[in-house]
Design a protein around this ligand. Structure first.
Ligand code: SF4
Length: 269
């Protein structure tokens, strides 16, 4: 299979079956989105959605956040990861927005990454979600899933971003970020990819090389050799078991599709 065919297959599947894919962070304007994305680093969206309602209620604007201080903000976000650093980042970010950007969240990646707490991933999320730019934010899910499927051969998030942007049609880049995140979050799990229910097996390099016999594509069988061939920290034997291709009592069945996004409650902006 050529790389082009692999991309066409994967993107084609998502276009048909997951036409709408959005961030699972709750927000109602650009200010709330950048705050939520900064908070979400190395933390779950679910946890962030638990703390942001009160934070946004008491600090509804850039000005209100800038007028606060990190000790106060810490009390609102103490249950998320790295609350000390993130509290400082949020207050400093709000102050820089006021002093350097007239309180407006910039649209260019190069400007966004100047803001405290905003790395390349956060900048790409903000640029693509707020300004609809063809920016690919690479988080741990996007990085892992892209490498496993064979869309990328990357050692760093930046390499992954560059390869994905090169091959995905521009109009689908922003949505592809969400497709890959959701697929990694619900199907292609880090330690236990659910290959047995995954709809991307026809185009997945990991499935072909690690889970089924290479001489019998698309059939489910034992690994060719009992020799432990590792991919990351997972051996072939482990991959078959973890992929759900051997009986596992009590394993929850799904139809292999990324769960439909719940109806959005976001306001437009
Ligand atoms: S077949 Fe397995 S490794 Fe490949 S994308 Fe699906 S869950 Fe991930």
């Amino acid at each position: 299979m050529t790389l082009k065919e692999r991309y066409e297959g994967v993107i084609g599947y998502f276009r048909t079956h997951v036409p709408v894919a959005e961030t699972e962070l709750n927000y109602s304007n650009p200010y709330e989105l950048i705050v939520a994305v900064i908070l979400s680093a190395q933390c779950t969206d679910k946890r962030i959605n638990q703390v942001t309602p009160k934070l946004f209620k008491d600090f509804p604007t850039v000005e209100a956040l800038a007028a606060s201080n990190s000790d106060t903000i810490f009390q609102y976000i103490r249950s998320v990861s790295y609350p000390n650093n993130k509290a400082k980042h949020l207050v400093n970010m709000a102050n820089m927005l006021l002093t350097d950007f007239d309180g407006v969240i910039p649209s260019e990646i190069e400007q966004l990454v100047k803001l405290p707490g905003v790395g390349r991933k956060t900048a790409n999320v903000v640029a693509s979600v707020i300004y609809e730019k063809p920016a690919m934010a690479v988080d741990t899910h996007v990085f892992r899933v892209s490498n496993r499927i064979g869309l990328t051969k990357a050692k760093t998030p930046l390499q992954s971003e560059q390869q994905l942007v090169k091959h995905i049609p521009q109009e689908f880049i922003a949505t592809a970020h969400h497709w890959l995140i959701l697929h990694g979050r619900y199907i292609c799990l880090a330690r236990t990819p659910k290959c047995g229910v995954c709809p991307l097996t026809p185009w997945c390099r990991y499935f072909k090389t690690q889970v089924i016999r290479e001489d019998a594509p698309h059939s489910i069988g034992a690994p060719k050799s009992s020799a432990a061939t590792s991919i990351g920290s997972v051996t072939k034997k482990q991959a078959v078991k973890k992929a759900g291709l051997t009986p596992q009592p009590g394993r929850k069945k799904t139809d292999g599709k990324v769960p439909a996004k719940k109806p959005s409650t976001k306001k437009s902006f």
